[in-house]
Design a protein around this ligand. Structure first.
Ligand code: GLU
Length: 452
């Protein structure tokens, strides 16, 4: 059976690190199994869902290199949910409930004050046909609950949490549809997973109790409507938290676009999120195939995964340092060739900084004020400069011999004269890029006493 996974964001905001991680893991799971990865837009909540976010989700996934094999939208599948609802109603697994939000809240408070778990008491389920008719005659439109079967134990072998067991009598019958006819998350998601043949549901552990309820929904839907389908496998990963211990507001609201604007490479984010919270080492792995091959749910831990921005920056720098010219060519300043990229790349934490370093080559540069002694030394360097295969080593070798200078005294004034900086890319790589004519001009300028 082909593995089919899905990433099911609600288009109510941009993707944040938590969503990106879920999308990535579903993508990796599908790719490793040679299966399919679906994007399902959970937009049943018409009020909060926005088309601009659907577009942003697509863009972010494309930027991350996690393009789906197919896309579905819940808002276009309402007839499926209606049919499933009718089928479940026909077998007595859906019932109308008439309590107002305030009544439910009051019931919960009473239960809690008595030390009881706040489980829905099924008062509406016990109403007679006459009582229901009376409610409706009063103009109370019901919302709808899925009736859990208290005799059917709930258990599944979770891909991360191992064996999970729930007693259905300890769960509330979930509301699946509001009085205005709109859908809550629970039923459409189960219908879609069956209808799309999803084999693996991998999501955050905040969904564990939804899964418990949905397992019974799956069973009921398979019996009523989808005899050829199976309940998917489930895996719930530990939540992602900030360094300080919880998914802070900042991290939770930090969209994918913010990383992009900050100059984070998608590969860095992917390398971090692929292995964060697993027993495998987080490394600057830019090769997707390697991440796919080594992806393994059994290495996922139960403790919250800690997202650390410093680690992301470190990975980003490492990834930039090994990035091929072809990969960045269209983001480089005009005229910068492969040799230029290779010379400058080790100095970058973000590709965007390349502009500033490249100015050292193209000029103009600003030299510091040199002492008389250094000025004489630099004038001498201008004369000693010979342009061959490796002008930098030829020049410094010669100057070392003729001037007796070594170390910093030998190198620093040259670097300052040739680049205007105290540090930077390897001079042996940089000098040929600056070129003979410009290098001579810079040394000459540095060696000339200022006009007083
Ligand atoms: N739209 C749901 C969410 O974003 C999807 C959960 C799921 O993967 O089933 O939480």
């Amino acid at each position: 059976m082909t593995t089919i996974t899905r990433f099911a964001p609600s288009p109510t905001g941009r993707l944040h690190v938590g969503n990106i991680r879920t999308a990535l893991h579903n993508w990796l799971l599908a790719r490793k199994a040679g299966g399919r990865f679906l994007l399902r837009i959970d937009d049943t909540d018409a009020e909060r869902s926005r088309d601009e976010f659907v577009e942003a989700i697509r863009e972010d996934l494309a930027w991350l290199g996690l393009s789906p094999d197919a896309e579905e939208r819940q808002s276009q599948r309402m007839d499926k949910y209606e049919a499933a609802f009718d089928a479940l109603k026909a077998v007595g697994r859906v019932y109308p409930a008439y309590e107002t939000a305030q009544e439910l809240e009051l019931k919960r408070k009473i239960q809690l004050s008595r030390g009881l778990p706040p489980i829905y008491d099924r008062a509406s389920l016990r109403l007679t046909a006459d009582e229901r008719a009376a409610k409706e005659a009063e103009g109370v439109a019901p919302h709808w609950r899925f009736k859990l079967d208290h005799e059917e134990p709930i258990r599944w072998e979770d891909g991360v949490r191992r064996m999970q067991k729930f007693d259905p009598a300890q769960l509330s019958d979930p509301v699946i549809r509001r009085a205005d006819g709109s859908w809550l998350y629970m039923l459409p998601s189960a219908v879609d997973d069956l209808d799309m043949g999803v084999t693996d549901v991998l999501r955050g552990e905040d969904h564990v109790s939804n899964t418990a309820v949905q397992i019974q929904m799956f069973t009921a839907l398979i019996a009523a409507q989808y005899p050829a389908q199976h309940i998917p496998r489930f895996a719930h990963e530990a939540l992602l938290v900030g360094k300080e211990g919880k998914l802070s507001k900042r991290l939770g609201s930090l969209g994918c676009d913010a990383f992009r604007e900050r100059g984070i490479e998608p590969e860095a984010l992917i390398a971090l999120l692929a292995r964060l919270g697993t027993s495998q080492p987080v490394e600057p792995i830019a090769d997707r195939t390697h991440l796919v091959e080594t992806f393994d749910l059994s290495t996922f831990g139960r403790a919250p995964a800690k997202f650390d921005d410093t680690e992301l920056e470190r990975l980003n720098a490492a990834i930039v340092h090994s990035m091929d010219f072809a990969k960045v060519a269209d983001r480089l300043p005009k005229g910068m060739d492969e040799a230029g990229w290779h010379a400058v790349r080790p100095n970058l934490s973000h590709v965007g900084e390349v502009e500033d370093w490249w100015k050292l080559v193209t000029g103009p540069i600003e030299q510091p004020e040199f002492s008389d002694e250094d000025r004489a030394y630099l004038a001498q360097a201008g004369e000693a400069l010979e342009w061959g295969e490796d002008p930098w080593h030829a020049l410094t070798g010669k100057l070392k011999e003729t001037t007796g200078r070594k170390g910093k005294a030998l190198f620093l004034p040259l670097r300052q004269a040739l680049t205007g900086m105290d540090h930077g890319p390897d001079m042996a790589e940089l000098l040929p890029l600056i070129g003979e004519k410009e290098a001579r001009a810079r040394l000459e300028r540095a060696g000339t006493p200022p006009r007083s």
